[in-house]
Design a protein around this ligand. Structure first.
Ligand SMILES: [Fe+2]
Ligand SMILES: [Fe+2]
Length: 205
């Protein structure tokens, strides 16, 4: 059964709201955690780099908050509180957990953040919010850079050279390549309006 345009928009927007609410609160925890992380390390280069990462997480949160507002949605309050608590625990935990644990935890978390923004870009495309795609893919790339930084720091440490880390993400370029391939294929094979972005529904309806 074909879905009408309003139904397609509603479903994709609901999914997008859900992803963005998760990302918004996740960035809050990350921002607080990195605030403690850069203050807890001694190496000036590490302090500067992790501080930069903290600022990028707050920027992401600002952008995601604007997208939520445009969707007529608000952050989930319970999630905001939970992630504030998580971020605060991690922030102060960095001062007692040593050098390795925060580096490992951050890198592993960043690998998930890449996928979160890739998913958001795909759903935004499906809902016809194609103007957001570039921004969301850009944030996925920034998360990829963050993951690389923490992975590289750990790999330079002699203990971690022989230890397995979390699964390595695909190359950075694959973020845009896989998005382009997937969306092109969907648009080509679409036979129903719910398989294409809302702003192209009329082409296949
Ligand atoms: Fe982020
Ligand atoms: Fe990040």
């Amino acid at each position: 059964m074909l879905k009408d345009r309003r139904s397609v928009t509603h479903e994709a927007d609901s999914r997008l709201v859900s992803i963005l609410q998760g990302a918004y609160s996740g960035e809050r925890a990350a921002g607080h955690a990195y605030n403690g992380h850069w203050r807890s390390v001694r190496d000036p280069d590490e302090r500067r780099e992790i501080r930069k990462i903290e600022l990028e997480e707050w920027q992401h949160r600002g952008v995601v908050g604007e997208m939520l507002a445009e969707l007529g949605a608000t952050p989930l309050q319970w999630r905001e509180i939970v992630f504030l608590m998580i971020g605060t625990v991690l922030k102060y935990g960095c001062f007692v957990s040593g050098w390795m644990m925060p580096m490992f935890g951050a890198g592993r978390l960043e690998s998930r953040n890449i996928v979160e923004y890739e998913d958001a870009a795909r759903v935004a495309w499906r809902s016809g919010r194609t103007a957001w795609v570039e921004c969301l893919l850009g944030m996925a790339e920034v998360e990829w850079d963050h993951e690389l930084y923490f992975r590289a720091r750990l790999e330079q440490h002699r203990f971690w050279r022989r230890m397995p880390l979390w699964q390595k993400p695909p190359p950075r370029a694959s973020i845009r390549e896989s998005f382009a391939a997937e969306t092109a294929e969907t648009a080509q094979t679409a036979t129903t309006p719910d398989q294409v972005p809302v702003d192209r529904v009329s082409e296949v309806a």
